[in-house]
Design a protein around this ligand. Structure first.
Ligand SMILES: C[S@@+](CC[C@H](N)C(=O)[O-])C[C@H]1O[C@@H](n2cnc3c(N)ncnc32)[C@H](O)[C@@H]1O
Length: 291
């Protein structure tokens, strides 16, 4: 039950990068620098082709050990190329080392290894005891409340800090509005709760649930907006999103098929003519374990 292509992850990566909360990332970097004993151990859950590492490693600085957990064989195979291409573009050193790869720059060095685990069934194999940071981007909305609870208890036992970026929050605000925006959004949001392999998915309530569970474990938690802005310059992204929303909405509300398809045609026309833009709500969450 895992359908994320490397192409889709590459398409969304620049939108994610622009959307993520710089303020939370600065607080994370400062807090870790104050607390850490080098090297900084990071576990990245559902790492895809490594976008979370590409974004965070330069912002965290210093010596880092990344363990990227992923169960999709195609994404695992694409990851080294994606990391190498990024390192080359950014002028970082990149080399293969025993058990993984090493990226070096003037202000950080990251040793990277892969953990090909199915998080839904192999959470106990994660063992975040040494981890200073457990992180994920665009993962929490896929998981169930029970799974998230089990993960966060493990993080708390390891006293790990957490950063969960880019959890969809259920809002899609169009300008100008269309009479059927709410129907499509609500149908899509209902679909978001379907099982993605972890049990009934949290979907749009993921960040709020994580915040509540972490607070119950004594964590200090901060949440910030990390919304995508989709405008007329975003044709490929807009088309991919509209297709995803509409397919899911029709699956969730088959009786509204015609209305949803008409909405799609009108939205595509409006986007192509630079007459519509959307803001898709996301949340970033930073949590510190109690001292
Ligand atoms: C929306 S993608 C985000 C990928 C990456 N973090 C990024 O920001 O580009 C969700 C990721 O979670 C991974 N995933 C989903 N279910 C998983 C599971 N049971 N075990 C491990 N990884 C999983 C997917 O393969 C995918 O790479």
């Amino acid at each position: 039950m895992n359908g994320f292509s490397a192409e889709w992850l590459a398409l969304r990566e620049p939108y994610d990068r622009r959307a993520r909360s710089a303020a939370l990332e600065r607080r994370l970097a400062d807090g870790l620098a104050a607390r850490r004993t080098a090297p900084l151990a990071v576990i990245d859950l559902g790492g895809g082709t490594g976008a979370n590492l590409r974004h965070l490693a330069p912002r965290l600085g210093g010596e880092q050990h990344w363990r990227i957990v992923e169960n999709d064989a195609k994404l695992l195979a694409a990851l080294p190329r994606a990391i190498a291409a990024w390192a080359m573009r950014a002028g970082h050193g990149f080399r293969t080392v025993e058990g993984g790869w090493q990226v070096e720059s003037t202000h950080f060095s990251a040793a990277i290894s892969l953990a090909p685990l199915d998080l839904a069934h192999e959470l106990p194999a994660l063992a975040p005891d040494r981890a200073c940071l457990v992180t994920a981007s665009a993962l929490l909305d896929l998981v169930s409340g029970a799974w998230l609870d089990a993960l966060l208890r493990r993080c708390a036992a390891a006293r790990a800090a957490v950063l969960f970026a880019l959890s969809y929050d259920g809002t899609i605000d169009w300008a100008p509005a269309h009479a059927d925006d709410a129907l499509v959004r609500d149908a899509f949001n209902a679909h978001q709760h379907r099982d993605k392999g972890f049990g009934a998915a949290l979907g749009p309530s993921a960040a709020a649930m994580a915040q509540r569970l972490l607070a119950g474990l004594g964590y200090e938690v901060e949440v910030a907006a990390s919304d995508w802005s989709i405008d007329s310059g975003a044709d490929a992204m807009a088309h991919a999103l509209l297709s995803g929303w509409v397919d899911a909405a029709i699956e969730a509300r088959p009786h509204a098929h015609e209305t949803i398809s008409r909405w799609r045609a009108q939205r595509i026309e409006a986007i192509a003519g630079a007459r519509a833009a959307a803001v898709v709500g996301h949340r970033d969450l930073l949590g510190w374990a109690p001292p």
